[in-house]
Design a protein around this ligand. Sequence first.
Ligand code: ATP
Ligand code: MN
Length: 482
Amino acid sequence: MKRYKIVELLGNTGRELLGQEIIVKGWVRAFRSNRFIQLNDGSCISVIQAVIDFELFDEALLRRITTASALSLTGKLVESIGSGQALELQVSAIEILGDANPDEVQKTVMQPKRHSLEFLREQAHLRFRTNTFGAVFRIRHAVAYAIHKFFNDRGFFYLHTPIITGSDAEGAGEMFRVTNLDPKNPPLNEDGSVNFKDDFFGKQVNLTVSGQLEAELAALALGQVYTFGPTFRAENSNTSRHLAEFWMIEPEVAFNDLKDNMDLTEDFLKYICSYILENCAEDLKFLNDRDAQEQTQKPQHERNELSLIERIEFVINNPFKRLTYTEAIEVLLNSNHYKKKKFKYDVSWGIDLQSEHERYLVEKEFKCPVILTDYPAQIKAFYMRLNEDGKTVAAMDVLFPGIGEIVGGSQREERYDILHKKCEEFGIHPEELWWYMDTRKFGTVPHAGFGLGFERMVMFVTGMSNIRDVIPFPRTPQNAEF
Ligand code: ATP
Ligand code: MN
């Protein structure tokens, strides 16, 4: 006899199997009246109802069927007479695969009642069993798949860039060092500093903060590439949008300028949103209702006028607002919010925009996703292409409602001399980046790319408001449990 997954039974396959004996395996969500088992197997959010004729089974066996226990049930698939589900299983054989102690279950998130997200985080190993996290992680998978599909369909090549990197051109001070030296007794130089020549790689190495520099090398040969890998930042930002370990997608395209880069980003983000709407309807419906419930708990002025599904549709159906950094500064300076001194941080040309400024632009001023371009050179990375004005660079940040920055990108500086000068201005030794500089000597071309924070995208499409709740095992300052 064949085992079917619940997602199959609730679709066309289930209709075809009516009247037949089949096997389902899963975990008990509820067992009511010694008669109705709600079984979930993780394939979808729905449960299948299994009906037991208790006279057919040993009482001791039935007593072992408790919330969270694992079962293999054999039975006939029939149309359900009760409301709530179309099909149910008339059980003829029960095998208990794994028992669960009801007293222990009481103390966990598997106890079927509403738990706080904080409590669920403490039990990250068990929270997969809840409806919310089942839905979030199925959608997380679908977002990853949509990303690969988007790029594959457009002829991009998936590139694996190193996780251990010797270049510290980016994010100096924000990197995690990788070493196998004895911390108590490291080899020392004459001046007392640690001698990294004796370390595993013969030099100081770190966990990567971005695969971009390496992706550029490949783009300048393969044309269009993208990375999708883990990224590490030792920044001590304990916010609801930062992780110390997160996943980033970084496409890099030869011959693209900033405008092409913006068009690609917009198509890409809209594609992901459409894919989730079309392929994750059941989980999304659940999260939509959950989000609506959450909204009612918030004070009036923080409530979102749009439901989760409407917010996703809004992104698909509306063009992103594009404006320059300089224009954005004007908008902020002219806002009533500024005049009434409601911003905590001051506004003037040259500042790095704070999240309150970004949120104002997206949520109050334009009420749609915003792409800000052409930032002052000194607040952006050395590799961004210098504009004609000599003081701004061809950078772009995409800001999303409720999230803030979701994408950061730029057209890259392809001119050797200017790049060399920028390195010096930023205190970067071009010799250490010889392999990067080299590409500007052998058939250099305009090229552009961006980085999408994977978890921030998952936050947007699931409506979860803390980034720790969209990654299975979050790593944040002072926390690396599991
Ligand atoms: P932020 O200003 O929000 O810290 P950033 O300017 O440091 O972001 P980039 O270095 O441009 O971000 O990284 C590209 C993208 O990676 C960001 O747009 C964001 O979506 C994501 N990202 C950056 N830092 C983190 C983090 N610590 N945790 C999760 N995602 C992040
Ligand atoms: Mn950051």
